[in-house]
Design a protein around this ligand. Structure first.
Ligand code: ADP
Ligand code: MG
Length: 301
């Protein structure tokens, strides 16, 4: 198993006049496990991942694998990598099995070994029955699963997946989570997302990125710790809800109808709010246990 280290990593796009610091002074290290890279669009996740896989050269800083700079390792490093890009391209007319054979050839995997692995991987991602169907007939979820399979062909020790859950329906998300949890046992898995719930239960480590910087990192319990006592639930009138919504960070808001009963004379609608705030936002607010979604909001404000 290898260890990946990023030290003072920077990426600046554009010219001096109009430069964009997409990744700024980022230091992190990875041993085996699932790392969830969380951040809104534009936070720098894709840029960071492209540097880790060696497609993009850092403006500054260094990436090492077991202490050796990755550009020195060259092909040896590439053979350790599996990558599912955000804009994963595929050949529509290829069948699942033909596509995987094609990628295996690009990765210079021996045909016999490839054949065996492709069978295993189709099984892992649950596409054995669809093996001969053309990719153009696949759903978004099936394409993602083929994407994961192609990234795993060379049995990578470092698996990088950029927004792998984008476009998946709830059932596919569950299936995806199960596949990933199993993969993190003996390799480094780094996956990015802007959807908190996609990594909540599978990431051993959470890394929150904002405007190119790593603003928080740790195990989910560590990420939640500072947020304890800062999450509130309150049920208020629509008007009060609007005021609170404007004044505080609201992680959830829904119409509230209690147990369905509306007492006589009070037909005013009520709203249930979940607020992230250091102070009690309303006299009727009740402190509740934070979840990762609250923490994400807490660090982002
Ligand atoms: N090739 C590029 N040239 C200039 N700016 C870029 C380029 N790629 C990304 N950016 C900018 O860098 C920032 C980070 O982008 P990106 O890494 O794609 O973030 P994320 O994947 O988190 O959405 C954004 O502001 C984006 O507009
Ligand atoms: Mg991206």
């Amino acid at each position: 198993m290898c260890r990946l280290e990023l030290v003072g990593l920077e990426k600046t796009y554009g010219s001096k006049k109009q430069e964009k610091r997409a990744v700024q002074n980022l230091t992190a290290d990875f041993a085996h496990g699932v790392y969830g890279l969380l951040g809104e669009n534009g936070a720098g996740k894709t840029t960071l991942m492209r540097m880790i896989v060696g497609i993009l050269k850092p403006t500054q800083g260094q990436i090492t694998c077991d202490g050796i700079p990755i550009e020195q390792l060259g092909g040896v490093y590439r053979s350790l990598l599996g990558y599912l890009p955000q804009d994963f391209g595929y050949y529509k007319e290829f069948s699942a099995v033909r596509f995987l054979n094609y990628i295996a050839a690009l990765k210079a995997i021996e045909p016999d070994t490839a054949k065996e692995r492709i069978e295993q991987l189709l099984e892992t991602v649950g596409l054995t029955e669809e093996r001969n169907k053309k990719l153009k007939t696949f759903s978004g979820g099936m394409l993602r699963r083929i994407g994961i399979a192609q990234a795993l062909l060379n049995e990578p020790e470092i698996l990088i997946m950029d927004e792998p859950t984008a476009g998946l329906d709830p059932r596919e998300r569950v299936r995806f989570r199960n596949i990933i949890s199993a993969l993190g046992k003996d390799r480094i898995v780094i996956l990015s997302t802007h959807i908190v719930s996609d990594i909540e239960y599978i990431a051993d480590q959470i890394m929150i990125m904002k405007q190119g910087r790593l603003i928080q990192t740790g195990m989910p319990t560590q990420i939640l710790e500072p947020v304890a006592g800062c999450v509130w639930n309150c049920i208020v009138s629509v008007k009060t809800a609007e005021e609170l919504n404007a004044a505080y960070a609201v992680s959830n808001l829904r119409n509230y109808n209690g147990n369905g009963a509306i007492s006589a004379g009070t037909c005013e609608e009520q709203v249930e709010l979940r607020i992230v705030s250091k102070e009690k936002p309303h006299p009727d607010a009740v402190a509740v246990e934070p979840v990762l979604e609250d923490a994400y909001l807490y660090y982002y404000i």
